[in-house]
Design a protein around this ligand. Sequence first.
Ligand SMILES: [Zn+2]
Length: 391
Amino acid sequence: MTSLLLRHIGELVTNDPTLGDGSPLGLLTDAALVVEGGRVAWVGPAADAPDADAVQDVGGRAVLPGFVDSHSHLVFAGDRSAEFAARMAGTPYSAGGIRTTVAATRAASDEELTAHVGRHVAEMRRQGTTTVEIKSGYGLTVRDEARALAIARVFTDEATFLGAHVVPEEYAADPAGYVDLVTGPMLDAAAEHARWIDVFCEEGAFDADQARTILEAGRAKGLGGRLHANQLGHGPGVQLACELELVAVDHCTYLDDHDIAALGDTGTVATLLPGVEFSTRSPYPDGRRLLDAGVVVALASDCNPGSSYTSSMPLCVALAVREMGMTPAEALWAATRGGARALGRDDVGHLAPGARAHYAVLDAPSYVHLAYRPGVPLVVDVQGPAALAGG
Ligand SMILES: [Zn+2]
């Protein structure tokens, strides 16, 4: 097995508090890292680095765990830039725009959808993302949801069945019939491709009773549950997620004290998606309030064509720092180890010995530059899983 020594690392983020400076980021300066067999074999001060088969000098740059983007909707077709422009001219955002993408996605070929996902995954990787969750949810028929998940699975192990994204046009008069379809034949077809099941629990999408029914059906098929909740207003979704002890509940923009207490008690990860508030010109979630209450916070892109068409985790970090009261350290942790927690993963999102050697090299002396230099393409090298490499 060949080993690689990365040396002359100006700042190494391990995300292991037992290493380095003892902070949650486990920072080491003037550090080195050894990779062997795709895993981190050693980290420590450069002066103590062991020999390796190959050596790469990173020139004093910062090295951090690859971003873990735990929430995206990449399997889609069509363009909604006109809707975005209209929104910026004053038209409010609503969940109904999803149906526009559903029509375009159903009309696209498998090859078109696969190529489209591949382009976006490659785009994410160039910005430092090495683990991505991908949802279905723009097919909304048995056939179209199953194929969306089969395509997602080409690129990630973290595929999520989101048949309950919105009630499609043809079921507008019979939402209960659509829930029966989602929990019946659609789930049967989706389950073999998916690891997770998700529901958009929001006014205009699915209510708490429907969400509970769908999540329980998914669990009975062996899928883990996650939830979109409390995005457009205060709703019951966060309480439901905590009651069902889901691994994560995403958006969390409108929370009351009971919601925050429940998240703190259960350990359900609150995944914040600031690209949505940016792209819909909406108030941001209060990351500071969550962190001060001891809630585990993750950051993700929610990359989708309607409410957040960004694939950039560095942008999410910068927004979390500028708009959500988070420190650069908290935002980076949330975008890496927090995302891993939201996916129930302990092998990614950190660079302690034994972890997967998925990392990004920044053309900067510190991870702080992600927020300090917003919009600048600082990622110069990425090592991650083979499935993401081709794109
Ligand atoms: Zn979403």
